[in-house]
Write a protein that binds this ligand. Structure first.
Ligand code: GLA
Length: 785
């Protein structure tokens, strides 16, 4: 995995190689990151220095050619002639900003050397190996420890640094990134996920030009504006070809990643904690640890890079009892009842959910304190006996009798000023003396840098969790930070990071002793979807927007960095509460099934026919849940602008599910192909459309051309037909070798306005189909699901 050979550090995974060396003045020079190489001598790949550039600053008078500005580096300081952005800005003990960390020694150890203050990746001594390099700024005796951990099977290398002050005088860290690398310029595109509330994870592709491009968050959390993960893709990269680098930070607070194209055409990449308002004093012999960055590269396009990330997150980030377990199909009360419920309305929903096959009932916001709307009660985790007179234990007991597990919502990091907690402890809320605090969703943030506040949260949440049988927690966080200040801090520049450290401590102390609880984190939807949270919660709520047309974008884009099992995906009612767009129940399911499935709608408004449909969906999902949650996921390059294709293949390649999604329907469209990937080319498989119910009301007045009698298209008879008569969309069945099927099957024609029979595919706007693929030993059942 790691060796120091012939002057080169060689970090090798199954398919990738990462090489660098120590220069004659003891800096670390990046040589190569890409497909694994067999060569012993990597000199041909080094950047050459054969002229002196007029304005260059020579590092040492003995060698005018040695200018740091012209070297690709693994780390760079300030003040010694590298004029690119530095990964650190430190007020050094000598009160200057100059730092020059140079190689002293290294050691290679099996396993991962974990930081003591932050969540990080994990792996056994057989699964990973770590290189620790010690660099020192000699005049000040400040030491930088650089860590590289290699995970060969997932083709991942992680990096982080720690700073240690051996000087008697205090230094102040104003910026300290977790990693830096200089790559050769290959005309990369910078791919980031930007967004906002109910429009999370939009893919942004930017060219890398001279200067700096930044992907950052300043909201106090990793944010829905810019996910901390990003890619650098060679131009022209597709889902299956081209070089794509991926980087992601294991951190949930303000993050900063920058890509700089320098004057010498090198691409500097760095990632870490955001430096804005950051000032961390480091006293004699103190150490500061930065969060870990996960890096990977693939020459098999975006799909290759995503696959590395998916395997890595599943194996070396997600932990605890739920790591490999199938996630339950849940029912969540929020969109159905919001704050307005009582025990009997909840139990009525629960009974219906159980009849449809769901396994877990999640009581969302509104169960505690005086919380009848979002202006009050947050912070008071005593049950509201007006709504739940028997308390949580009786509700849990009754749900158990129905046959459902019980899950509960909390928002423990927040407080409403109109709450008993705030009245008793106004000093627990984050605000600045002498300033009116700014509000977000009528609430203030609790000061998690304060140990008393952490104790309060831990004891109150733990008491509730131990009061009855709770199998799942939704941990929400619904405002961005403002008025950052804590009276307990010596330097306010530590606030943002200390808050996140406080959050990690609270999560550890509540959930590590309760490993049976499945934790799903949430932040107004996907305002904190990051690897830091995934170290605690195996799944995260993607977005408050459950419209499948939007989810296709969000889930598809998040899948660049995160596995399907990590994405909470629900079927809700339509028109959707966030877009007022009307979509079919089947498309809502088809999209949500590529994730950890739930339902979130008032089941009493669901027709009998739709209930039957939901029952079939849940049964289908459970049957294929391991494949959906833990299979190998493919996004297929669409062959048309109005299509999205996903598929997921079981690890043993025995089955696959293909999702065929249409965004906008085009009239009289040409042939559609079904893309399939990842099958065993030699095995024989059968492919079959999952039968989907069609409602006659979708045909409008056209229905009168199909029926022998004339009816009102929205009248009583049409409704009666929809209720009692089951009509199915075209079902196609094919069989052949994996090789044949993977070459793309032309499908039946889609509805084109003039003709309809049982071989017409009815996709329409935002329509979709699922196709089940199974080996002939276990063929797809032929009866209607
Ligand atoms: C946030 C969450 C929602 C729901 C509400 C409850 O908006 O994202 O899913 O839990 O809070 O107030």
């Amino acid at each position: 995995m790691i060796s120091y050979d012939n002057g080169y550090f060689r970090l090798e995974t199954d398919h990738t190689g990462y090489y660098f060396r120590v220069t004659k003045f003891l800096h670390l020079e990046s040589i190569y990151y890409g497909e694994r190489l067999i060569d012993k001598d990597l000199e041909p790949l080094s950047v050459k220095h054969t002229v002196i550039i007029g304005t260059q600053t020579a590092y040492d008078p003995s060698d005018p050619m040695y200018a740091l500005d012209t070297y690709p580096l693994e780390w760079s300081g300030i003040g010694k002639g590298d004029y690119r952005h530095s990964p650190s800005e430190i007020e050094m003990p000598d009160e200057t900003y100059t730092n020059d960390f140079r190689y002293v020694s290294h050691r290679i150890v099996r396993g991962n050397l974990k930081p003591s203050t932050l969540p990080c990746s994990y792996g056994s001594e057989d699964e990973c190996e770590t290189l620790e390099i010690t660099l020192t700024d000699e005049p000040t005796q400040v030491t930088l420890l650089m860590y590289y951990t290699v995970y060969p099977a997932q083709d991942v290398i992680t990096r982080r640094v720690s700073l240690c002050n051996h000087n008697e005088k205090t230094l102040v860290i104003r910026k300290l990134m977790s990693m830096m690398i200089d790559l050769p310029n290959r005309d990369y595109q910078f791919i980031t996920l930007h967004g906002g509330w109910i429009r999370e994870a939009r893919r942004q592709v930017s060219a890398i030009d001279y200067g700096l491009r930044v992907n950052e968050s300043l909201t106090g959390c990793s944010s829905n504006r810019h996910n901390p993960g990003f890619l650098l893709a060679a131009s022209g990269a597709t889902e299956t070809s081209g070089m794509v680098f991926g980087f992601n930070l294991i951190y949930s607070g303000n993050h900063y990643s920058a890509v700089e194209k320098s004057e010498r055409d090198l691409i500097r990449v760095m990632s870490g904690i955001h430096p804005q308002c950051f000032a961390w004093p480091l006293h004699h012999e103190e150490v500061f640890e930065t969060p870990e960055v996960v890096m990977t590269v693939s020459c098999e396009g975006f799909g290759g890079t995503s696959d590395h990330f998916h395997n890595f997150v599943r194996e070396h980030i997600t932990r605890g009892d739920w790591k490999d377990q199938e996630r339950p199909v849940l029912f969540n009360s929020w969109e159905a009842r919001s704050f307005h419920f009582n025990e009997s309305s909840l139990l009525s929903l629960a009974r219906q959910a159980k009849r449809l096959g769901m396994e877990l009932f999640v009581l969302d916001d509104g169960w505690f304190g005086d919380r009848d709307d979002d202006t009050r009660g947050l912070g008071d985790y005593t049950v509201n006996l007006r709504k739940l007179p028997g308390g949580l234990p009786r509700l849990a007991e009754r749900l158990k009798k129905i046959g459902l597990r019980f899950g509960l919502w909390f928002e423990p990091e927040m407080v409403n000023p109109n709450s008993d907690l705030f009245r008793a402890h106004p000093e627990y809320a984050v605000r600045i003396p002498g300033r009116e605090p700014s509000m977000g969703r009528n609430q203030l943030t609790l000061d998690l840098t304060n140990p008393d506040v952490r104790e309060y949260i831990i004891s109150h949440v733990s008491d509730v969790l131990d009061s009855c049988d709770i199998s799942y927690v939704k941990w929400d966080m619904n405002r961005n930070m403002s008025d950052m200040y804590s009276p307990t801090l010596y330097r306010q520049g530590t606030f943002g990071h200390r808050y996140i450290l406080g959050l990690y401590e609270v999560l550890t102390r509540i959930f590590v002793p309760r490993p049976k609880i499945l934790l799903e984190t949430c932040a107004s939807g996907g305002n904190r979807f990051d690897l830091g949270m995934l170290c605690f919660s195996p799944q995260i709520w993607v977005s408050d927007n459950t419209d499948p047309a939007e989810r296709l974008d969000m889930q598809g884009n998040l899948s660049l960095l995160y596995p399907l099992s990590s994405m909470g995906a629900h079927v809700s009612s339509a028109p959707h509460q966030q877009t007022l767009r009307d979509t079919t129940l089947v498309s809502r399911f088809n999209t949500a099934s590529f994730g950890s499935l739930g339902y979130e709608l008032d089941l009493s408004f669901v027709s009998r026919a739709e209930k039957q449909e939901i029952k079939e969906q849940v049964r289908f999902y459970k049957e294929h849940r391991t494949t959906f949650q833990y299979g190998r996921f493919y996004r297929h390059d669409p062959h048309k602008d109005n299509k999205v294709h996903w598929s997921v293949v079981s690890q043993d390649k025995e089955e696959a599910i293909v999702g065929f999604f249409q965004t906008r329907s085009f009239p009289a469209e040409g042939i559609d192909h079904l893309p399939i990937s990842g099958l065993d080319p030699e095995k024989t498989y059968q492919v079959r459309t999952r039968p989907q119910r069609v409602y006659v009301r979708r045909f409008g007045e056209l229905i009168n051309f199909l029926l022998p009698v004339r009816i009102h298209p929205r009248g009583f008879v049409a409704r009666l037909i929809d209720r009692w008569y089951r009509m199915y969309d075209a079902v196609e069945t094919y069989s052949g070798s994996g090789r044949l099927l993977m070459s793309g099957i032309p499908l039946y024609n889609a509805f084109s306005g003039t003709y309809f029979n049982d071989k017409t595919r009815l996709l329409l706007d935002f329509g979709s189909n699922l196709y089940t693929v199974r080996t002939m030993e276990h063929p797809v059942p032929t009866e209607k699901e």
